[in-house]
Ligand binder design. Structure first.
Ligand SMILES: O=P(O)(O)OC[C@H]1O[C@H](OP(=O)(O)OP(=O)(O)O)[C@H](O)[C@@H]1O
Ligand SMILES: Nc1ncnc2[nH]cnc12
Length: 172
């Protein structure tokens, strides 16, 4: 799988080595394997779905998260960059490896007490994932786990997200 992720130097800004997943997305066998691997993070020891929802962050978290939700047989919740969701939202400001922004979730997207699996392609500083966990908590939900295609271990992603089960299919 790692061979299907392309390193692009100095994108989007100088000094960043960007992990480009578009070759993976173009490879049906690779994509299928990644979706299956990520979905396993949302199963119990007997292989049954252990979450009520999958939450994915705009934009690459949508591409991976929606098929993971289908694989688990649960609903998908989009966390979007500010100003895109039409309903009442919770919002959290955050910083990521190459900038800062605001993320939003529909207030009614996760019901009180629901367990969610957070899916994204890259765990870097953890700013995006931490903000997403805060949005789930604002709805009254619980993050049962987070699963990523790739973790950048030279950045403090795991420490930033705190006390939550983190799965990374690949660690670089
Ligand atoms: O751990 P962090 O430092 O927060 O970085 C990780 C986030 O950065 C990327 O998203 P980006 O905001 O670039 O959005 P995109 O998917 O729309 O390109 C990536 O898809 C993660 O969501
Ligand atoms: N180095 C990186 N490559 C791709 N996505 C990222 N998100 C944050 N850092 C990233």
């Amino acid at each position: 799988m790692a061979r299907l992720v392309r390193d692009v130097a100095d994108f989007p800004t100088a000094g960043i080595v960007f992990k480009d997943i578009t070759p993976l997305l173009a490879d049906p066998d690779g994509l299928r394997a990644v979706v299956a691997g990520l979905a396993d993070a949302g199963r119990d020891d007997d292989g049954r779905p252990a979450v009520d929802k999958v939450v994915g962050m705009e934009a690459r978290g949508f591409i991976l998260g929606a098929p993971v939700a289908l694989e688990l047989g649960v609903g998908f919740v989009p966390v979007r960059k500010a100003g895109k969701l039409p309903g009442e939202t919770h919002a959290v400001a955050y910083a990521l490896e190459y900038g800062d922004a605001v993320l939003e979730i529909h207030c009614d997207a996760v019901a009180a007490g629901e367990r969610v699996l957070v899916i994204d392609d890259v765990l870097a500083t953890g700013g995006t994932a931490r903000a997403t966990a805060d949005l789930v908590a604002a709805c009254g939900g619980t993050v049962a786990g987070m699963a990523f295609l790739m973790e950048l271990s030279f950045l403090p992603g795991r420490a930033t997200v705190g006390d939550v089960a983190v799965t990374a299919l690949s660690v670089v």
